[in-house]
Design a protein around this ligand. Sequence first.
Ligand code: FES
Length: 149
Amino acid sequence: MNNIKNKKKSSNGSKKKLIIEHLHDIQAKHGFISEKELKKLSFQTKKSVAELYEAASSYAYFSFEKKPEKLIKICDSPVCHLKGSENLLKHIEKLIGIKVGNKNSKVGLETTQCLGLCDQAPVIQINDKFYTKLTKDKIAQILKKQKIL
Ligand code: FES
């Protein structure tokens, strides 16, 4: 946020675009957008916290809570479901000791809609990495490689 003046000068876009750029900076720096950071940005941009929150919540990219170090997303859309994602999910829950929809500071587990790799189902995503054609054996290896187990 130290470069707000620079961005004001260099940005040819709308005020909303400028705000989104600042929100991206906050997300990149902290991994999420805290109330404290929204208040700081509110003061600097003269926009209300509610306006900033509304702008940020329009984009799935922004998060308002701190994410765990490793976030496991398992696709539960039809193709992956038919290829056994439900059993894989139960297997992952057992391995990591966390139920779907829960998290701790190290790991979180959630289901997600189609990840766009249906021809390689079932699919999981751990942070920004995708793993395809999963089996129970493959999952254990992946979790070890990701230092989750
Ligand atoms: S249904 Fe799972 S990747 Fe498309």
